[in-house]
Design a protein around this ligand. Structure first.
Ligand code: GLN
Length: 404
């Protein structure tokens, strides 16, 4: 078929032309093709709790959620999300008017941006940013204004000293009369940075001062190894201007279920739902019942997944250090960002494309998450949500790199 119509107009909506195929699909396909260990796309190689899987099976068998569930999500899940926010963070949200279930955090991000951003609006986002942010801002007709997290070795950093840090002056300078919202992500993918209470307080003060909305992606809220996760909605003046996004995928190791959610004021939830209803209308019913049970798991579950991933972080971080990478040990998420320059490499793209051949491992070049590509060029991300034996094997393969 011709790539152009008779008028020579491209088939793909021009706002999406720059985006191509996501790096995750590209790199997972590369892993399958080469048989390399896939430390690229962030998905666990073991499923979440057996009883939660069984809860989904039970819902399917009992006919709960097999027909369209309610648009905002099933009441059991909305209540469980509300209880989760209140018990953990002291944030009270009415399950009927202030909670919205979405098809993963991805849909929540899309719906929030489509609902709140108009053509010409500026969206300030932390760079490197999760790839769907840029595409969704573009689909909404907005303009993204990246604020780059800078690598530092300064005090107050994560264990090991190095972290990617938000420069609060740069953030302040990025806000203009056209800024509609700040798009936040903490714990942050791909750098693993967890914004501190002080940093969040400063972002909150700026949002209040400039009367901005904040959309905050907190899907890794339970995967914090050093420090603690604080929702920005809990700061003074923030509850009424913040759309908080969560997801079951990361916390419960069921990334394929695609159950996410939004908590916000009734006005903000109504706005996000207006966009969401025309994207998917609803997300898969039986999984919603299972996630409601997952959110009510005892505290040992949440401690367990965190401790397990902390040990894996340490295993992979030490292994990467031994293999010659400079490692930014993450305070949260299940990703570790490395600098490849000590290996005599400068181009993360070229490095990642060659890595399966050279070492039998797949990783993600962080440059894809940057507008300022040169800033991200030497950084490469590895996922550690994999079995211990898989990580051990990956580390042993990577050890040979320096000499290859
Ligand atoms: N969030 C996952 C990652 O960063 C992947 C999600 C996706 O494939 N879109 O690896």
């Amino acid at each position: 078929m011709a790539a152009m119509t008779s008028s020579e107009r491209p088939l793909l909506n021009r706002s999406l032309a720059a985006f191509g195929t996501t790096i995750f699909a590209e790199m997972s396909a590369l892993a399958v093709r080469t048989g390399a260990i896939n430390l690229g796309q962030g998905f666990p190689d073991t499923d979440g709790p057996e009883e939660i899987r069984e809860a989904a099976v039970r819902a399917l068998r009992d006919g709960r959620g097999n027909q369209y569930p309610p648009g905002p999500g099933v009441p059991e899940l909305r209540t469980a999300i509300s209880v989760h926010q209140r018990q953990r963070y002291g944030l009270a949200y009415d399950p009927d008017t202030e909670v919205l279930v979405t098809a993963g955090a991805t849909e929540a991000i899309a719906a929030a941006l489509l609902a709140l951003v108009e053509p010409g609006d500026e969206v300030v986002a932390l760079e490197p940013y999760y790839d769907s942010y840029a595409a969704c801002i573009a689909m909404a007709g907005g303009r993204r204004v990246p604020v780059t997290l800078r690598p530092t070795e300064g005090p107050g950093g994560e264990a090991g000293g190095r972290r990617f840090q938000l420069d609060l002056d740069e953030l302040r300078d990025a806000v203009t009369e056209r800024t509609r919202l700040i798009l936040l992500n903490t714990p942050h993918n791909p750098t693993g940075t967890v914004l501190t209470r002080e940093e969040l307080a400063a972002v909150a003060a700026l949002a209040v001062e400039r009367d901005l909305l904040v959309v905050t992606d907190e899907v890794y809220e339970h995967l914090v190894f050093d420090g603690e996760h604080t929702p920005i909605a809990s700061f003074p003046g923030m509850r009424e201007r913040t759309v908080t996004i969560g997801s079951a995928g990361k916390t419960f190791s069921f990334t394929g279920w695609k159950v996410g959610w939004v908590t916000a004021t009734p006005e903000l939830v109504t706005a996000v739902r207006s966009a969401k209803q025309f994207l998917t209308y609803v997300s898969a019913g039986p999984f919603q019942y299972a996630v409601a049970e997952a959110l009510a798991l005892p505290e040992e579950y949440f401690d367990g997944i965190r401790d397990e991933l902390r040990a894996k972080r340490d295993l992979l971080s030490s292994g990467l250090t031994a293999a010659g990478f400079e490692v930014y040990r993450p305070a949260g998420t299940y990703f570790v960002t490395t600098d490849i320059r000590p290996l005599g490499e400068h181009d993360g793209f070229a490095f990642c494309r060659a890595l399966p051949e050279r070492a039998g491992v797949v990783a993600i070049p962080n440059a894809v998450f940057y507008d300022h590509r040169e800033q991200g060029a030497p950084f490469v991300r590895f996922a550690f949500c994999k079995r211990e034996d898989v990580l051990t094997e990956a580390v042993s393969r990577l050890k040979g790199l320096a000499g290859s």
